[in-house]
Design a protein around this ligand. Structure first.
Ligand code: FCB
Length: 395
């Protein structure tokens, strides 16, 4: 007979889900993605947010992460759109009314056209433009926001936009990378200070995509050195440079990177076991989150899992995925790591960047034609956990 086990999460632990503006809002036509990667109406979240927040509430969620659209708020250089700000105030009020804490990302990967025409993240004045935008939104919205996230996944964006060339501005230019990287560090620090100028008690962080890195040949010293060099650039450098400018650590966890040495540039490749993968072929590796969290303990900062999820159209693996990750998060908490919340990616199926609408990351299934929603089975299971902060499973 199988026995059951229960894991209780700390009091006041936050449970929720995340989305980002371009991926769900609809109607954004003046950003750097709109021409080549149009997202059309997406989930029409910009208009139908009440419906979606009601679902989040029904699923017992008490925190919600969404992002602001810079191109909506500042459609032209020097011009701010009051209507857009009022809409965001309404959204924030709609969350608060339902007892859901807003976690707001100021920038999640899309630039207003005017900013991209000025060179985007390569422009040395970028941090100043971003500061101006940040000051405006924080002055207008801070009274309704619980957590601010300045930027989403600087390292992933830099590599996809400037090395792999899959995201706008679609460059393969290693030479641009140091500049963009430096601008991300500077931008985050400036934005952090600007937010604290306005509200010294604000909780400010950023969402970093951290992968769990290990060596393919664990007994090879060389392989281990290469893996730790990769780990340093992929996961640690940015964190080290910004650690004194984060009130909490926001962690997006998706990837296991098992590093093998290769003979051709960049002299390494990622070769995972891939016993289980998502619809996008990303390895499902829950224990990785435990090692990452243990490693973050030294920073002595509260931690929120700001994203974690998978593409799973059939909803075959999502419930188990959530539970397995939560078991490892709980293990880290039991060993003293200060994890304060978990936000699943994503509340809704949405526009998955260069992969379009095909991947299905939602707790809630979207019928984009009819704009209808269906709550997936995994969402109900997750809601059960959120309800009492209790994870029960068979052993
Ligand atoms: C993360 C992004 C998010 C979403 C998920 C699947 O890297 O922050 O917008 O695309 O991946």
């Amino acid at each position: 007979m199988s026995k059951s086990k229960q894991l209780k999460f700390p009091k006041n632990f936050l449970w929720g889900s995340a989305v980002s503006s371009y991926q769900v809002s609809g109607g954004i036509e003046n950003c750097d993605w709109s021409e080549k990667f149009p997202a059309g109406k997406a989930c029409d979240y910009y208009n139908q947010y009440e419906k979606y927040f009601e679902i989040a509430k029904e699923l017992n969620q008490n925190v919600h992460r969404f992002s602001l659209s810079w191109s909506r708020i500042q459609p032209e250089e020097g011009k701010f759109n009051r209507k857009a700000i009022l809409r965001y105030r309404k959204m924030l009020l709609a969350l608060r009314k339902r007892g859901i804490k807003p976690m707001v990302t100021i920038w999640h990967w899309t630039l207003p056209l005017w900013m991209s025409e000025k060179g985007g993240w390569e422009n040395s004045k970028f941090p100043d433009y971003f500061e101006e935008y940040t000051r405006f939104v924080v002055e207008e919205l801070d009274d309704l926001v619980d957590f601010w996230i300045t930027t989403n996944e600087p390292m992933i964006y830099t590599s996809l936009a400037y090395i792999m060339g899959t995201f706008p501005p679609q460059k393969n230019n290693l030479l641009a990378v140091p500049k963009v990287f430096y601008n991300f560090v500077k931008t985050h620090k400036k934005a952090y200070k600007a937010i604290h100028d306005i509200n010294k008690n604000a909780k400010v962080g950023l969402a970093q995509n951290l992968s769990f890195v290990d060596a393919y040949y664990k007994s090879s010293v060389l392989n281990k050195i290469v893996a730790s060099a990769f780990n340093f650039f992929r996961n640690k450098l940015f964190l080290e440079l910004t650690k004194n400018y984060q009130d909490f650590l926001g962690i997006n966890y998706y990837f296991h990177d098992r590093i093998k040495i290769a003979s051709k540039f960049p002299f390494l490749k990622i070769e995972n076991e891939n016993k289980k993968v998502s619809d996008l072929g990303w390895e499902i590796y829950p224990e990785g989150i435990y090692y990452i969290l243990k490693d973050l303990q030294k920073y002595n900062l509260p931690i929120y899992i700001t994203e974690n999820g998978l593409a799973d159209t059939e909803d075959k693996n999502r419930a188990e995925f959530i539970k397995e990750h939560l078991k490892y998060i709980h293990k880290a908490i039991a060993e003293g790591v200060d994890v304060k919340g978990y936000l699943h990616w994503s509340l809704l199926d949405n526009f998955e960047w260069a992969d379009g609408f095909e991947p299905r990351f939602g707790l809630v299934e979207m019928d984009y034609e009819k704009m209808e929603t269906k709550i997936r089975g995994s969402a109900r299971e997750y809601a059960g956990i959120c309800k009492n902060s209790l994870l029960a499973f068979c052993i």
